[in-house]
Design a protein around this ligand. Sequence first.
Ligand code: ASN
Length: 333
Amino acid sequence: MKHILMLGTGGTIACKRSDAGLKPVITSEEILTYVPDSKRYCDIDSLQVFNIDSTNMQPRHWLAVARAIEEHYDRYDGFVICHGTDTMAYTAAALSYLVQDSPKPIVITGAQKPIDMENTDARTNLADSLFFASNDRAHGVNIVFDGKVIAGTRGKKERTKSYNAFSSINFPYIAAIQEDHILFYLDDKPECAQVKFYHEMSSGVVLLKLIPSMDASLLDYMAGHYDAVIIESFGVGGLPSYDSGDYYRAVGRWTALGKTVVMTTQVTNEGSNMSVYEVGKNIKQEFGLLESYDMTLEATVTKIMWILGQTKEPEEIRRLFYRTVNRDILWKS
Ligand SMILES: NC(=O)C[C@H](N)C(=O)O
């Protein structure tokens, strides 16, 4: 019998209705009473890390969850984190960087409807997660949602209301869970992996999403307040070159200050490739910008936060950024 620790962090799965709207108040202990059948294949303990709407999630919360896993790592065979869906993809990616190469499964799940409702996805998602976390072939950080297992760095919330809210972006699903069966599409548990925990994350990261006509003065403002900027540009990637935009000067200022500029795309699927068009190739070559290629935005943001928690040295930032962690980046220059 597997021994699983369920960590409650809040989200809709733990919500009750109130006059002020849905609010997470159901404890992790109470949540477990809704999945009594899971006791057939695992003993489950629960730990309430906090109980918040995931809209309020910050790097310190990711560090607290990682710390709780580290403290209990030796005593359990697997971990299931109940979490809000809104920022679940960020947390899954953040945990992929904070807890690397775990031979034990760390599953993140949640729901679109509270667990105490009659028509809810919460019970299935939680039962599937406990089932997956009890499987010998499961490992590392994954999202389990609506019968799909998604690598922790590849998840994205693509639907605000439907039960099939999450997709795996630019990467295959790891497995599908159907009733009492797990169909592994990727079955690659390493023979011997040694888990490694990290304890630092920087909040000095900002995102700039381009729209047509925007000028670059926001980048100047951001340079005074942040260590890294992720620019979500259009298509495969590029920066406007119209005079009033002045992006070249603003990006040059960022790099002259030794700060990090990462280029990514607003398009969800297929990733960036800045060397295709003149508007991308020139600026990348001139300033040596980082590029996220096939990474999700959530993975890009949390990876830079994790890296800046380890180093401020530009060459080391580049090396760590292009090193694959939990399947996050496959396409490199
Ligand atoms: N479905 C959900 O869990 C949404 C909720 N607002 C949260 O992310 O905490």
